[in-house]
Design a protein around this ligand. Structure first.
Ligand SMILES: O=C(O)c1ccccc1N[C@@H]1O[C@H](COP(=O)(O)O)[C@@H](O)[C@H]1O
Length: 229
């Protein structure tokens, strides 16, 4: 089993190349107009193609409650390995997208309490879950807020494979991974704000530090024979 380190919200070639050079196993591109990381689909397509040409990282396009036409454009024009659904998509909506398209589906779940973890269990059609903090009341977007949740909630042994996300950064990611040492379903970690020096502006030194810290902690996991970022 590999351990995934996902760097999300990349917006240009320089930061994509830096994330790949540092060993990212997943690279994410945001298509959500209210985000400082927003990319038009043509720009996302160029970056997805560049990542694929390197052959090392899986690519993810993040969308929030996309309609059918937007999902189709993402799948057919951008061609990512994964579509991350980061809105209020229901289990039925995720199942419908799964039935209609040949793309891996990540469903993001905002977590504030154990009831949210129980809700996550209803998303059978998702190939991978992503646990993020529930956004603060005054937030203008459902994720990418740099806010953490109580990681112990992710220790619920019923969870299928998931990425841990929300408020991670180079100085806390090792603790987050170590705290879930007994959780075999932890498939990797995901970061956006924690490797930026301003909203939407990635800091390549922080990207490298995050990946090193995550891979180092993943190496200590009992289930890891061959950790890969
Ligand atoms: O990054 C955004 O702007 C964004 C917008 C809408 C939904 C999700 C978004 N980001 C994702 O949220 C998680 C956690 O991010 P952070 O590390 O706490 O900033 C991650 O998957 C981001 O890509």
């Amino acid at each position: 089993m590999t351990f995934l380190v996902k760097i999300c919200g990349l917006r240009d070639v320089a930061t994509l190349d830096a994330a790949l050079a540092a060993g990212a196993g997943m690279v994410g591109f945001v298509h959500f107009a209210r985000s400082p990381r927003h990319l038009e689909l043509a720009d996302a397509a160029r970056l997805v193609a560049r990542a694929r040409a390197r052959g090392q990282a899986q690519s993810v396009v993040l969308a929030v409650d996309p309609d059918d036409a937007t999902v189709a454009r993402i799948v057919e024009e951008v061609k990512p390995d994964w579509l991350q659904l980061h809105g209020a998509e229901t289990p039925e909506r995720v199942a419908a997208i799964q039935a209609a398209h040949d793309v891996g589906l990540i469903k993001a779940i905002g977590v504030a309490g154990p009831e949210d973890v129980t809700r996550a269990l209803t998303y059978d059609a998702a190939d991978l879950l992503l646990l993020d903090a529930r956004p603060p009341r005054d937030a203008t977007r459902p994720g990418g807020n740099g806010v953490a949740f109580d990681w112990a909630l992710a220790g619920d042994g019923r969870l299928p494979p998931f990425l841990l996300s929300g408020g991670l950064h180079p100085d806390n990611v090792a603790d987050a991974i170590a705290g879930l040492a007994g959780q075999a379903s932890l498939a990797g970690v995901d970061v956006s704000s924690g490797v930026e020096n301003a909203p939407g502006v990635k800091d390549t030194a922080l990207v490298g530090a995050f990946i090193r810290a995550a891979v180092g902690a993943a190496c200590q996991r009992p289930s890891m024979k061959e950790p890969v970022a």
